[in-house]
Design a protein around this ligand. Structure first.
Ligand SMILES: [Zn+2]
Length: 520
């Protein structure tokens, strides 16, 4: 366990947390309808299935429509989770069967006969442990909300109550959901479907959690499965990273945060961000060298930056979530692209990598864009986001994970140069947060106007070129401001950044300022 406190930022963190708690309380008091009560059971883990019984209040309606999500916030692809419901039925409180029909692939209609409540029961296929959908083995389970919880079509603001019935050999479960007031293990509550769906749960025989405090807030590093990298060592390694993010945003937006790690053999790491947690699939091994260490740091930093950018500051089209229709937004260059830009930057600022490590990561983004993304000349960054659910040939599209962070760097240099280092993309994200975080989110036009407001001059011409055209990116200004150049060599193979040997002291200072601890 590692405990470090930040006296200057604790107050800000508490202020953010307490106002959040208050708003949740007000919401709960105003609404408080009867919750949906879910019981999740694992009668035959070897079959890679599990069952869910949900007690559904009807409010006296003769017919009730239920649905399952077709996509997950944070994982931008059509999933049609109802395909994995292998059996379903509905019963009255006295055990009598009720008629269930399936009017669409992801909906069920239950004829209630006017009963005040009924139970909808279903079996879910859960073939593989991963952070993308449900998995069950004889020793553990991953429960991903949108693929697990059938809910009322028209009442997703209803609270939920979840009890896990675990096999006797399993030791427990971990999630960012609040424990139920009765304090029973494996019993959780959520104020609404959004929070329920956005809070994965790990459970099993081999579950280990390390708790650590940063900024006065509890964080947890949890493994499902055997991991070589000791949780206490991970906590010590990532505490400076979280502290850097606190400096960036001025506080923490949650009261609890969980890193949920699913240990899998032989597969590379990936993460999916959630409201108060991240679900990571990875090998559970400590990075072998500094290059791997920094790559892991920027990966975690990206996921963690999402706790604000996407989860609490998001494009207007992404929320309130419509789980039955895929969203269309131009904003993923911000949500994913700028998350990568700041993920890299804050990992370097936290001291987890050297300036050379940071340049290596930037070089990789630019090389990928200039040598592996011919679609950059076909599709704009905004189109790339808006067409995220479409199947487009790889040479006809540009990846917002690749071009996004490059745009972040070029924009940052532009703003720093025009303001002689007085303003930066830090100021942009902070003003965006101030103006647009919350339930509604920002439109593309609002986000763009705020970039110029934060910079103090009209950034629109360059911003438009970068996100709304397929013009090649001009790196001249960025290289000049930071005193960098591309190493000579084949531009079809690599675009490798290095500090110019003849960089002036002013240029060296600009680069040092970029990587210095975030200023308040
Ligand atoms: Zn992401």
């Amino acid at each position: 366990m590692t405990t470090r406190r930040l006296s200057l930022t604790t107050l800000a963190a508490l202020l953010v947390a307490s106002s959040l708690a208050q708003s949740q309380l007000i919401r709960a008091q105003a609404a408080s309808p009867t919750p949906l009560v879910y019981t999740v059971s694992f009668p035959e883990p070897a079959s890679k299935t599990f069952t869910v019984d949900v007690a559904v209040p009807t409010d006296g309606r003769a017919s009730v429509d239920l649905m399952m999500a077709i996509w997950s916030p944070g994982f931008y692809g059509l999933q049609n989770y109802a395909d994995r419901v292998t059996a379903f039925s509905a019963t009255a409180p006295d055990g009598a069967a009720l008629t269930v029909t399936k009017p669409t692939p992801s909906r069920w209609t239950v004829a209630t006969g006017g009963l005040p409540t009924f139970t909808f029961s279903y079996t879910l296929s859960a073939p593989r442990l991963s952070n993308l959908s449900n998995g069950v083995t004889e020793s553990g389970a991953v429960i991903i909300g949108p693929s697990t919880y059938v809910t009322l079509v028209d009442q997703t603001d209803r609270p939920a109550d979840v009890t896990l019935r675990l096999p006797p050999t399993w030791t427990g479960s971990m999630t960012s959901l609040d424990s139920a007031p009765d304090g029973r293990p494996n019993h959780y509550v959520a104020p609404d479907y959004d929070v329920l769906a956005d809070s994965p749960i790990l459970a099993g025989a081999d579950l280990t959690t390390t708790a650590f405090t940063v900024g006065g807030i509890q964080h947890y590093w949890t493994y499902l499965g055997q991991a070589e990298w000791d949780g206490a060592r991970v906590a010590a390694a990532i505490t400076p990273l979280i502290e850097e993010h606190i400096r960036f945003w001025g506080g923490l937006p949650y009261q609890k945060y969980v890193f949920l790690n699913i240990v899998t053999a032989g597969r590379g790491g990936s993460g999916v961000e959630h409201l108060n947690s991240v679900a990571i699939t990875g090998g559970g091994r400590e990075p072998a060298d500094q290059t791997a260490r920094f790559r892991n740091a920027v990966f975690l930093s990206h996921e963690y930056f999402h706790a604000m950018n996407v989860k609490r500051l998001r494009p207007v089209e992404l929320g309130p979530f419509d789980y039955e229709h895929a969203p269309v937004t131009t904003g993923l260059w911000v949500g994913e692209g700028l998350t990568s830009y700041f993920g890299d930057l804050l990992a370097a600022r936290a001291g987890l990598g050297s300036p050379e490590d940071y340049l290596a990561v930037c070089s990789r983004h630019i090389t990928d864009l200039q040598t592996k993304q011919p679609g950059r000349l076909v599709q704009t960054l905004e189109q790339s986001s808006a067409q995220m659910f479409e199947r487009i040939p790889s040479d006809q599209k540009v990846d917002y994970y690749v071009k996004g962070p490059v745009v972040g760097l070029v924009l940052d240099a532009h703003i720093r140069r025009a303001t002689n280092g007085q303003r930066s993309m830090d100021d942009v994200m902070r003003l965006e947060r101030e103006r647009w975080s919350g339930a509604r989110g920002y439109t593309g036009a609002e986000f763009n106007a705020t970039v110029s407001d934060a910079a103090g001059f009209d950034v629109e011409p360059l911003l438009h070129t970068l996100i709304a055209t397929t013009e090649e990116i001009d790196y001249t200004e960025m290289l000049d401001w930071f005193g960098l150049r591309f190493k000579t060599g084949d531009p079809a193979a690599a675009w490798t950044l290095e500090v110019r040997p003849d960089a002036t002291s002013a240029q060296r200072q600009h680069f040092a300022d970029l990587l210095a601890h975030t200023k308040k």
